[in-house]
Design a protein around this ligand. Structure first.
Ligand code: P6P
Length: 335
């Protein structure tokens, strides 16, 4: 059932049967994320009015200033997921280590782990630019009945059972996949209900938008420099348009609707790029592929990369399939 104006709750129930092997726990998990999204949306929308703007004074494991709102978003999502007793483990981009959720599940019977970037793009909060939450869900790989381990989190992206994002923009949307296409739901804040507004979202096969922080141009690999110059050349359907919001979820969302490519490459100042494989690249890659787009590190399919640590970074090329393939050609040809 993908008729517009279906509520997210109805959609989850109608599509329950398509969740492979799910006994309803995955549905409960998506519902928990829906609830946390509404709470965080409320806080994001009034951030300018109460004292939750500005830095929280702490720094996260990445050494980045933690904005108060991303600390709040982190706490809300973790608490909501813990309370629903559906997951056995949670890893957050804002936390040094994973959290074993055994408060009531003393027999460790829950089978899902969730990885979350609670508020991506949080440096944009104080300037009122859209930010997002990114989530990624796996089935645990260690035996049910035993405490969750790091191995349960260090899985390749192809093992994801669900992934999605919430974008807190001109409207608040929840966009997610369980492996059967990508669907977008828009929140009606007056009644707190998400409605199916963008059924079966797909990247156009190609596009005319490229999203990269060109301020780092001199530090980029030659292949990325050559691709940027290709985008800017006056020939065929080019020059393309440069659009870079500085918020992955927002750039990804616009490019999925209009067609485009997002690139965060490695550079002489960031040897593996900036984005995290587990918290940002794998979930966005799952969505991209489910929306007939593509996601690589410039050479390898993102979802086939075997993670080695929770917070590892990876170069990221993602968007319309033909644009990613063209960028990969320049990466392969670079000296
Ligand atoms: P830069 C936000 O911090 C983020 O992780 C992505 O959401 C965004 O695309 C990127 O970093 C922006 O990084 O270095 O261009 O400011």
């Amino acid at each position: 059932m993908d008729k517009k104006n279906t509520t997210l709750g109805e959609f989850i129930i109608e599509n329950q049967s398509s969740f492979q092997y799910s006994s309803g726990e995955l549905s409960k998990l998506i519902n928990a994320i829906r609830l946390a999204a509404k709470v965080v949306n409320h806080e994001v929308n009034k951030a300018g009015l109460i004292d939750i703007l500005g830095a929280a004074g702490d720094t996260n494991i990445q050494g980045e200033d933690q904005q108060k709102l991303d600390v709040l978003a982190n706490d809300r999502f973790i608490q909501t997921l813990k309370n629903r007793e559906i997951v056995c483990g949670i890893a957050s981009e804002e936390e040094d280590h994973f959290i074993s959720v055994n408060s009531h599940d003393e027999k460790h019977q829950n089978k899902y782990v969730v990885l979350i970037d609670p508020l991506d793009g949080s440096s944009n909060i104080d300037v009122n630019v859209s930010v997002g939450t990114i989530f990624s869900i796996y089935r645990r790989v260690t035996p049910i009945g035993s405490p969750v381990t790091l191995e349960d989190f260090l899985q390749p992206g192809i093992n994801q059972v669900a992934a999605g994002y919430i974008i807190y923009g001109t409207s608040t949307m929840l966009v997610y996949t369980t492996g059967d296409g990508v669907n977008g739901f828009t929140l009606n804040p007056a009644i707190g209900t998400f409605y199916l507004s963008h059924p079966r979202m797909e990247f156009p096969e190609t596009g005319k938008i490229y999203s990269v922080n060109e301020g780092n141009y001199i530090h980029f690999p030659q292949g990325v420099k050559d691709y940027i110059k290709y985008c800017q050349r006056e020939e065929d359907d080019r020059p393309y348009t440069s659009r870079y919001i500085g918020s992955l979820v927002s750039d990804f969302h616009r490019n999925m609707i209009k067609g485009g490519i997002y690139i965060y490459p490695k550079s002489s100042t960031a040897s593996e790029g900036k984005l995290r494989l587990l918290y940002e690249c794998n979930p966005m890659a799952f969505l991209a592929e489910q929306a007939r787009g593509k996601a690589s590190d410039g050479f390898r399919r993102i979802m086939e990369i075997q993670p080695t640590e929770l917070h590892q970074r990876i170069p990221f090329f993602c968007g319309s399939r033909k644009m990613v393939e063209k960028a990969e050609e320049f990466m392969a040809a670079q000296k």
